[in-house]
Design a protein around this ligand. Structure first.
Ligand SMILES: NC(=O)c1ccc[n+]([C@@H]2O[C@H](COP(=O)([O-])OP(=O)(O)OC[C@H]3O[C@@H](n4cnc5c(N)ncnc54)[C@H](OP(=O)(O)O)[C@@H]3O)[C@@H](O)[C@H]2O)c1
Length: 335
């Protein structure tokens, strides 16, 4: 039985990868710091948990080597260099990077002050930020630049490391569920949904289940390469709002704001105009078949959110509060 080790295996992408690989007959070890975050269904399917900190306990995390190593926790060149001595005992490695590495013709990226303008779906050959190690990776300028530095260390290592670049990841277990902006409205019985820029914004979604499907393909085709990892479709915010409302059996009036609406109203997580989409040709050429489109893959997360008795750990209240300002919406609608 082939053996997979997933660093960050109890998280959003890690648990989806564990589920997918277990179903395909792999022996799967999920590495995390807190056993209580290990999903029951992954344990029931035979997944093992190893308690280890990626920062300092990598050898213990990896045990005697693996056919597949999935690293969901590689954010810096230093993290990548920590892996190198272990890779001789690994058949294939997948490093989870991000679309935040890409820059447009003006050098803008998704975390820069000026919004990027990509002229069509982004191919893996699109230029990236320059690699940096001198800036904190938990910062707007540092996140993508440190990811690029980590990618380069691994791609230059001579080992078969595949770098995956997802977009906005959704799925059960996320600590930042973008869809909450609509789910919460449904739970609150709101009869309106207000969308800036008419809900035309697109920031392409990446189901954790689709990333997991691509990880399984890469495991069968080890090699150094970069692959985008996104859903087969790219719904805009209006379409996402309709998918959520339809799944939850809710009806509301759509208020589609134009450029004359007061600033700050109708905020949502996908407000990217021009759109951000990833070109998935390379993954498909490797044999990747998505687990499903956005509507199909988001359903489990919507059910999980509505059934939950409490919000996910580390839920980012500050992020969502401005998107759920009902008082400001009502003032506008009544004016
Ligand atoms: N989420 C997105 O929208 C998104 C988009 C693009 C790219 N990505 C990339 O995807 C990767 C994974 O993201 P994710 O959303 O799956 O993360 P996540 O849900 O936050 O999961 C991370 C997991 O790793 C564990 N962990 C954290 N620090 C650890 C450490 N030092 N040692 C061992 N385990 C540790 C956490 O559990 P404990 O805290 O219990 O240890 C948690 O279960 C990241 O590299 C991120 O850059 C994410």
């Amino acid at each position: 039985m082939p053996r997979a080790v997933i660093l960050g295996g109890t998280g959003l992408i890690g648990r989806a990868a564990a589920r997918r690989l277990l179903a395909a007959g792999w022996d799967v070890t999920a590495v995390g710091r807190d056993r209580s975050r290990m999903p029951d269904d992954v344990v029931a399917a035979g997944g093992r948990f190893v308690a280890a900190d990626r920062n300092g306990e990598l050898a213990a995390a990896l045990g005697g080597g693996a056919d597949l190593l999935v690293d969901c926790l590689c954010f810096t060149a230093a993290h990548a260099r920590d892996l190198l001595p272990l890779l001789a005992d690994v058949g294939s490695t997948v490093m989870i990077s991000t679309k935040a590495v890409y820059v447009d013709a003006a050098g803008n990226h998704v975390n820069s002050a000026a919004a990027p303008n990509f002229d069509g779906p982004i191919h893996e050959s699109q230029p990236t930020m320059a690699p940096r190690e001198d800036v904190e990776h938990l910062s707007a300028e540092g996140y993508g630049a440190n990811k690029v530095a980590a990618e380069r260390v691994l791609l230059d290592s001579g080992h078969p490391v595949t770098v995956l670049r997802p977009s906005r990841v959704h799925g059960v277990g996320t600590s930042k569920p973008d869809e909450w902006v609509f789910v919460k409205r449904v739970l609150d019985g709101r009869r309106v949904v207000v969308l800036s820029r008419g809900g035309r914004g697109v920031d392409q979604t990446s189901a954790a289940a689709n990333i997991a499907a691509l990880i399984e393909v890469v495991a069968q085709h080890p090699g150094p390469r970069v692959l985008n990892s996104a859903d087969p479709d790219a719904p805009n915010a209006l379409e996402i709002s309709r998918i959520v409302a339809a799944h939850l059996g809710h009806r509301w009036q759509e208020v589609l704001l134009d450029e004359h609406a007061p600033g700050g109203l109708g905020r949502h997580p996908w407000d990217r105009v021009p759109p951000i989409r990833l070109d998935m040709t390379a993954a498909r050429q490797l044999g990747y078949q998505p687990a499903g489109d956005y509507a199909a893959t988001v359903a489990a997360e919507l059910d999980w959110l509505t059934a939950a008795t409490e919000l996910p750990p580390n839920f980012d209240h500050d992020y969502f509060t401005p998107m759920l300002d009902y008082a400001a919406e009502d003032d506008y609608l009544n004016s």
